[in-house]
Design a protein. Structure first.
Length: 198
C-alpha cells in the first residue's frame, strides 16, 4: 500500500550509521537471528534509536535520506531537524527520495537519561547500557527485550522466534522476561513456559 521496500542487512545499517554520534542498535528479526544463528525471513530491517535523538539522527541523514514519520497508517515527512514527532509515533521510515523504495524502519525507543523504558508499560525499565549486546561490531537489542516487544502480537513468526531463543537464553534473561511478562502481559503463554525452566 505504501510502496516497496529494499532488502538490507545489519552491515548496511553499519554503513548508514557510520559517524553517527548517538546511540543506535539493530532490533526486530535481525536481532533474533544474530542471537540464535538461525536464518529467518525478513520483511525489512529495524534500526532503533532513542526518541530523544530524532533531531540528531535527522542531521546525520541530511542530504542522503528523507525521514518520514510513520504513525497509525499516516506518513508525514520530517522537513527539518526540529520538526516535532507525535508522541504516538513509534517509527520513522527512510528512503532516498519520494520516487524511491523505502529502505529502513527506525524504531523510536522510550528512554530517559539513564534508562530504557518499555513503551507499553513504564514499570518495566533497564539501564540503557544493559539493553544492547554486540556481535561482529554491531549492537543488537538483547533477545529477552526483543521477545517482550513481540509478546503482544503473538504472530506465528513471534512464536517461532521465542521457540528459537528459549533454549539459548541465560537464566537471568529468562527470569527477567518472565517477570516482565507477568507485569505487562499477565497470563501470557510464554510466561508459563518460562516458569518451567527457572
Amino acid at each position: 500500500m505504501y510502496g516497496p521496500w529494499l532488502a538490507h542487512t545489519p552491515a548496511d545499517v553499519v554503513e548508514l550509521q557510520r559517524g553517527y554520534p548517538g546511540r543506535w542498535w539493530v532490533a526486530g528479526g535481525w536481532a533474533i537471528e544474530a542471537f540464535t544463528g538461525i536464518p529467518r525471513p525478513h520483511g525489512d530491517i529495524d534500526l532503533s534509536i532513542p526518541r530523544s535523538d530524532v533531531a540528531l539522527f535527522w542531521h546525520h541523514l541530511f542530504g542522503r535520506m528523507h525521514v518520514w514519520e510513520a504513525d497509525a497508517g499516516t506518513l508525514r515527512p520530517l522537513v527539518g531537524a526540529e520538526t516535532a514527532v507525535a508522541q504516538s509515533c513509534g517509527n520513522l521510515w527512510l528512503r532516498r527520495s519520494g520516487a524511491d523504495p523505502w529502505e529502513y524502519d527506525v524504531l523510536l525507543a522510550e528512554t530517559d537519561e539513564e534508562r530504557w523504558i518499555y513503551k507499553r508499560d513504564p514499570r518495566i525499565a533497564l539501564p540503557i547500557e544493559d539493553i544492547v549486546w554486540r556481535k561482529d561490531g554491531v549492537g543488537y537489542l538483547r533477545p529477552e527485550i526483543q521477545l517482550l516487544h513481540k509478546a503482544r502480537g503473538l504472530r506465528s513468526q513471534d512464536q517461532h522466534d521465542f521457540d528459537a531463543c528459549l533454549p539459548l537464553l541465560s537464566t537471568p534473561a529468562r527470569t527477567w522476561l518472565h517477570a516482565a511478562l507477568d507485569v505487562a502481559h499477565p497470563g501470557h503463554p510464554w510466561a508459563v513456559r518460562l516458569a518451567t525452566q527457572l
